[in-house]
Unconditional design. Structure first.
Ligand code: HEC
Length: 110
């Protein structure tokens, strides 16, 4: 094997190593939350982050980072109002505006 070939091989291996190193699964902390200025985001931090995590990464409650792909704003509204197994109902804790802002914000988290 001549020098330039082994150099090329070395470069190829190096590149492959870098690519593998960077292509790991997305970490929870890497997920970018959409629209952090919205009221929905603020309500989430006040009422939901204790169970679902400040970055939606999940704690006692499930990860919600891609919840907008699973539930639309209507279904999110119902979940917030009624709660579920292990999740309190928020129908009497948040007003209608807060609930719809929150549902709209979560629906954007794809
Ligand atoms: C006391 C902990 C707790 C709090 C507070 C809480 N949740 Fe939950 N949440 C859960 C648990 C546990 C589940 C799983 C059971 C279920 O689906 O109902 C859940 C489920 C959900 C789901 C359905 C997830 C799915 O994949 O189907 C959504 C959406 C959700 N929560 C949104 C919220 C929002 C928005 C708030 C704030 C208003 C909130 N949660 C507050 C514990 C909590």
């Amino acid at each position: 094997m001549n020098t330039s070939r082994s150099l090329l091989l070395g470069l190829t291996l190096l590149t492959a190593g870098v690519l593998v190193g960077c292509s790991g699964a997305t970490k929870d902390t890497d997920v970018v939350l959409v629209d952090k200025e919205s009221n929905g985001y603020k309500t989430f931090q006040n009422s939901c982050a204790g169970c679902h995590g400040q970055n939606l990464e999940g704690r006692a409650g499930p990860n919600l980072q891609h919840i907008g792909m699973k539930l639309d704003a209507d279904k999110l509204t119902k979940q917030i109002q009624n709660g579920g197994p292990g999740m309190p109902a928020f129908a009497n804790k948040l007003d209608q505006t807060q609930i719809s802002e929150l549902a709209a914000w979560l629906a954007k988290q794809q």
